[in-house]
Each structure stands twice: as C-alpha cells, then as structure tokens.
Design a protein around this ligand. Structure first.
Ligand SMILES: NC(=O)c1ccc[n+]([C@@H]2O[C@H](COP(=O)([O-])OP(=O)(O)OC[C@H]3O[C@@H](n4cnc5c(N)ncnc54)[C@H](OP(=O)(O)O)[C@@H]3O)[C@@H](O)[C@H]2O)c1
Length: 296
C-alpha cells in the first residue's frame, strides 16, 4: 500500500511517519520540491505514484501571519486541498485532510459537532474552511476531513514547548484565561487517522470502514490556555525540571493583542468519530504526560 504524505516535514506528519507501520510505503512530499498550490505538479506527482491514500498535512499554519499573507493562506489552505482532491479522484485514492477548530466563531457553550455551522473569525479559519469546501465540492467521494484543535507534539513549535521554555526563563507568566478548547497530542491524532484504515492500524477493530466525510478529533476534556499552561508547568515540576515560574497569571484576550481573532470556545465533540471507529479518546492531561514521558 502506497501512502503519499503531503507536508511531510511538519509536526503532525513527523508523528505519522513514526506511527505508520513499516510494511506500508510512505512517500514524502513537502516544499520546496512539492507545492500543493501547483496543479500541474500535484497531478503529475500523484498520477505517477498512484497512491492508495493521500494524507494532507500541508498548511499555512502561522495563524497571525495569515492576516497579512492572505493570498498565500488562500492558496495553501483554500485551493491546494481541492487540487489534491481532484488528483485523488483521478487515481482512485482516499484523501485524508486536516482542518481546524478555528472554522468556528466560538459563541457556543457546548462542544461543536460536525453539523454546527462554521463562521470563522480569522483569515486562517476562512482559508481552512475554503479548503474543506474545495474537497467537499470536488468529484472525490472517498475523503476524510478531520478537524482538530490546539495541536502539539515533537518537531514543531507549539504551546507546550513555548510554555516549557518560558517557565524556565521567567518567574511570572501571563496566560489567556478566557478562551476554552482542547489540546491534542499529535501521537493521538496520528493513531486516530490510522484507525480510519483498519489495515493501517495495529489497533485493529472489527468495525467496517468508517463512512467517508467530516469528523472532529481532539483529546478528551477541555481547558483554557491558562489551565493548560498550569498543567504543563505542574507536570514539568513533577518530572524534576528546573522551573523558574512562580506565578501563572490569568489574563484576558484583550490584554494579549494578536492580529488574528480566536474563538472563545472551540471544544470539539468526538461523538461521531468514536461511534464510527469504536475508539476511546485519551484525556488531554494523560496525553500531555505521554508527551513528556517520550520527550527527548
Ligand atoms: N498546529 C495546530 O495547533 C493546529 C490546530 C488545528 C489544526 N491544525 C491543522 O493540522 C495540520 C497539521 O498542522 P501542523 O502543525 O503539523 O503543521 P506544520 O508543522 O506547520 O506543517 C505544515 C507543513 O506543510 C508545509 N507546507 C506549507 N505550504 C506548503 C505547500 N504549498 N505545499 C506543500 N507543503 C507545504 C510546511 O512547510 P514550511 O514549514 O516550509 O512552510 C510544513 O512542512 C494543518 O492542516 C493545520 O491546519 C493545526
């Protein structure tokens, strides 16, 4: 079985490379040699490889930079996924595409389901929603779009590593306490993706292939960025790390101005994913511990 892993140098893709069993051939594609916004290149490469599965981890993920680089965000996050969907259709491949909780406005008070209307607040969120729509409106029927949130793992700049660094440098940290969501460990998301393909997953289930379509996946539970930071520092201390931070101060969104607006609440409901795969979803604090246990 051939898998085309797109955006293969990124944080989630690095974890997928570790988790996909060696018996499957993973073909890696990323900038500068492969650009998902170049339709000719996408068609040529996918046409020649004839993969069984295309996993698209490529994206313009710098949320604040998207506000000023709108054209680039629109192309990479909005247009590229549609080009991959068309190429997948041509060769009969299944496309797995990753999207985001930032497609929601964040005005709910209970977890967002796949049926809830999207209403992004940022250029990043808008461009990612366009990418979902490009796949849904393409001729391809065999796709999984997985929205996830607050992703962290090895090999990428992420909130956990930022807090871990700052906690060793400063006594006071001011962290936003009025945005709620759920952290997601790339190790869990990578396994969740593999569960969609029972032959790919060592965690074999007797269930049939989950129906194609849109799914939400994050870790279980919810917290604010402030609560997340407190847990990170707590776990680092328990591991014996030399932590300098003494006070983690809750602050309001307006006290930490950034170019892109974030949803105040973006917890995702995993009900559909759990019913389709029969999988349990780990709690975010447990997964953070797994991350720290495996961290170099
Ligand atoms: N990180 C999060 O908190 C988060 C939350 C929710 C959803 N997501 C979604 O999860 C997915 C994976 O995120 P991640 O954090 O693993 O991303 P990442 O680390 O930023 O990796 C993305 C990869 O895609 C590459 N890329 C960018 N433009 C490309 C293009 N035109 N053609 C080919 N490759 C291109 C990037 O290369 P360069 O580095 O050279 O640009 C990078 O290697 C993305 O779809 C993201 O939107 C992420």
């Amino acid at each position: 079985m051939n898998i085309a892993l797109i955006g293969s140098n990124g944080m989630l893709a690095s974890m997928l490379k570790q988790k996909i069993p060696a018996s499957y051939r993973v073909h890696e594609f990323d900038l500068p040699d492969f650009d998902i916004t170049n339709s000719e290149q996408v068609n040529t490469v996918i046409g020649a490889l004839h993969p069984d599965i295309i996993i698209n981890c490529a994206a313009f993920t710098k949320v604040d930079l998207c506000e000023t680089k709108q054209e680039a965000a629109a192309m990479v996050n909005g247009v590229g996924p549609g080009l991959l969907a068309n190429a997948a259709h041509q060769v009969g491949a299944v496309l797995v595409h990753i999207s985001t909780d930032f497609v929601f406005a964040g005005d709910k008070k209970s977890p967002y389901s796949e049926e809830d209307p999207a209403a992004p607040l940022s250029i990043y969120g808008c461009s990612k929603l366009k990418g979902e729509e490009a796949i849904i409106n393409s001729p391809l029927e065999h796709y999984y779009i997985i929205r996830t949130s607050w992703l962290y793992g090895p090999g990428g700049p992420n909130f956990v590593e930022t807090i871990a660094r700052l906690a060793c440098e400063r006594e006071d940290l001011g962290i936003v306490a009025d945005q709620r969501g759920t952290p997601t460990y790339t190790g869990d998301l990578a396994e969740a993706i593999m569960r969609l393909f029972p032959r790919l997953s060592p965690l074999v289930t007797d269930l049939p292939l989950p129906p194609y379509g849109l799914y939400h996946y994050s870790n279980q539970g919810e917290c604010t960025w402030h609560e997340f930071a407190c847990e990170i520092v707590d776990q680092l201390q328990k591991k014996g790390c030399a932590v300098k931070a003494k006070r983690i101060i809750p602050i309001a969104t307006e006290d930490y101005p950034v170019p892109a607006r974030r949803p105040q609440y973006s917890v995702l409901s995993k009900k559909k994913y759990m019913e389709a795969t029969g999988a349990e979803v780990p709690e975010w604090k447990e997964s953070l511990q797994t991350y720290f246990d495996n961290r170099a």
